[in-house]
Design a binder for this molecule. Sequence first.
Ligand SMILES: O=c1ccn([C@@H]2O[C@H](COP(=O)(O)O)[C@@H](O)[C@H]2O)c(=O)[nH]1
Length: 238
Amino acid sequence: MKSSIYIALDFETKDEALDFLNQNELHEVPVKVGMQLFYKEGPSFIQSLKEKGHPIFLDLKLHDIPNTVYHAMKSLASLEVDLVNVHASGGLEMMKAAKEGLEDTCGKQASKLIAVTQLTSTSEEVLSNELLINQPMDQVVRSYAQMAQKAGLDGVVSSVWEAQLIKESCGESFVTVTPGIRLINDATQDQKRIATPEQASHSDFLVMGRSITTSRNPKKAYEQALKEWKHEYRQTTH
Ligand SMILES: O=c1ccn([C@@H]2O[C@H](COP(=O)(O)O)[C@@H](O)[C@H]2O)c(=O)[nH]1
């Protein structure tokens, strides 16, 4: 898997999403399909994106009892997307079941499986006051990442600010996928742990939605993000 930026296709309909990609000449770019579009358009939309050559991250964040997640992953496995995910807070047994569901259907060719550690919309305050987790965010994210690794997963979703710690704890090949990315001066909106592409030197993949999709020039915004990120990537790895 080459490192890249997944554009979050958070649109109401497949027509809106496909028009967006066509009109902005974003051909074959990696895309992320989340609950909004998948619940409305279903597997046939994934198929049409695949036919157009887009690498796909299917971001459904499964979180249920192990047996349910096992069977749900068996269904998702047949879509043969690049990345699928679960919530790490579902626990070790649930994550193992997710992995088994994928592999029982597609063997080692199955989609890569990652786990959300803590949503990028969760702040330190929410973590302790609402979720009642009385540890610092980076420690919680690190523990969840280690648990995901123990369950046999390929990586995790976190904010940019925990990616280095994850690499140090789980190794360079453990994949870090980071949403909550904003170009400079863009609105934070509901995100709390945000960063610019330039700050994302320890991320293998970025996820960017509104900074690109609501930009006046989405293609330019996408190319700018890639340039800023790759510049940083080159400086830290070569
Ligand atoms: O922790 C997480 C996990 C997933 N997401 C998803 O990424 C995009 C981000 O969209 P923006 O418009 O760039 O804020 C969105 O689809 C989320 O569901 C996340 O933001 N944080």
